[in-house]
Write a protein that binds this ligand. Structure first.
Ligand SMILES: [Zn+2]
Length: 96
């Protein structure tokens, strides 16, 4: 997540535009995602993060959690509990 978050109303619009552009699919595994289930990923996160369309993409929860980005680790425990990722999730981590 970038340091500066967009105001909620603006972010909702950005989110929808990203989903429309990406065809309401996870750009990695092509599973369908909806407005409520999609995760909007910041391709460059941390200091380099922007909320430009070019830095955003739609992911499913599983791909988002498994992305090799230390900032996502907070989601791992809950995803494990929810059965979104298997116990050997470390083998499934991806970069990009
Ligand atoms: Zn996915």
């Amino acid at each position: 997540m970038p340091k500066r978050r967009q105001a909620k109303e603006i972010w909702c619009g950005t989110r929808r535009r990203v989903l429309e552009r990406d065809g309401y699919e996870c750009v990695r595994c092509r599973v369908p995602v909806g407005e409520r289930t999609a995760h909007i990923d910041h391709i460059k996160s941390g200091k380099l993060a922007t909320n430009e369309m070019s830095n955003l993409r739609a992911l499913c929860r599983r791909c988002h959690v498994l992305r090799a980005d230390g900032r996502h680790r907070g989601m791992t425990a809950k995803a494990l509990r929810d059965g979104i990722i298997p116990a050997n999730w470390r083998e499934l981590v991806w970069e990009g």
